[in-house]
Design a binder for this molecule. Structure first.
Ligand code: PGA
Length: 249
């Protein structure tokens, strides 16, 4: 039984005061985590104050990125170990914006996934799908090869702590969401790839999310699909009222 997830990704939005006010506004209206998990990925600076504000509520806080070293001379990076020690147990890795603007490769993302898991963080690994590939009809190969590369070398135990997000880059921030059938196809292909790598039992337990222009209007039809276990929401997670509507869809 895969518990559904509604996760927000704030990206580089909100300051500490705004983040605390947001948590205070939503925390009493969230469903129990056994029914639906609610998570927010926020800028690093906001995470610790948000954990304090969310205490006693089911809200999970997630980092948006981390490095693959625990400590050392890596100016500007965030340690996965320090995140865990601060009470953060989830991290988004390989988001399309990290791949595009910060030139993150599958090899780097694979190192980050391993470092996160080693430190007790559960990664949400994002798998994108470019417009060029969509037009060329090469989506299938692309999604599969991404997953193979990003998850290379993970044990059965480790993969059980990974969540995957299928996020076509042409759908992110554009208002042009994949339709539910397209989104479900991407998630299905990812699950088949996991089944090939780890067997059906593991594949049936790994949660796979869809992300890219999810709104209060399309969330129901997306989440009704069997292989879509939840959503990763950017823009529409920034407003507390809209976020609560998504969570209580
Ligand atoms: P969006 O972003 O909902 O604004 O399209 C999704 C994401 O980047 O995870």
């Amino acid at each position: 039984m895969r518990v559904p997830i509604v996760a927000g990704n704030w990206k580089m939005n909100k300051n500490v005061a705004e983040a605390i006010a947001f948590v205070n506004q939503i925390k009493a209206s969230l469903p129990p985590a056994s029914q639906l998990e609610t998570a927010l990925a926020a800028p690093t600076l906001c995470l610790v104050p948000m954990i304090e504000a969310a205490e006693g509520s089911p809200l999970k806080l997630m980092a948006e990125n981390c490095y693959y070293k625990d400590a050392g001379a890596y100016t500007g990076e965030t340690s996965p170990r320090a995140l865990y020690q601060a009470g953060i147990h989830h991290v988004i890795l390989g988001h399309s914006e990290r791949r595009t603007y910060f030139h993150e490769t599958d090899e780097l993302i694979n190192k980050k996934v391993k470092a996160a898991l080693k430190n007790g963080l559960c990664p949400i690994v994002c798998c994108d799908d470019t417009m060029g590939r969509r037009v060329a009809g090469k989506k299938v190969h692309w999604v599969v090869s991404r997953i193979l590369a990003d998850l290379h070398g993970l044990s059965d135990d480790e993969i059980c702590h990974v969540t995957i997000a299928y996020e076509p880059s042409w759908a992110i921030g554009t208002g042009d969401s994949a339709d539910p059938a397209q989104a479900a196809e991407g998630c299905y292909l990812i699950r088949q790839t996991i089944a090939d790598m780890y067997g059906d039992n593991v594949a049936n337990n790994v949660r796979i999310l869809y992300g890219g222009s999810v709104t209060t209007v399309n969330i129901n039809s997306l989440m009704a699909k069997q292989d879509i276990d939840g959503v990763l929401v950017g823009k529409d997670s920034l407003n507390p009222t809209t976020f609560l509507q998504l969570v209580n869809h």
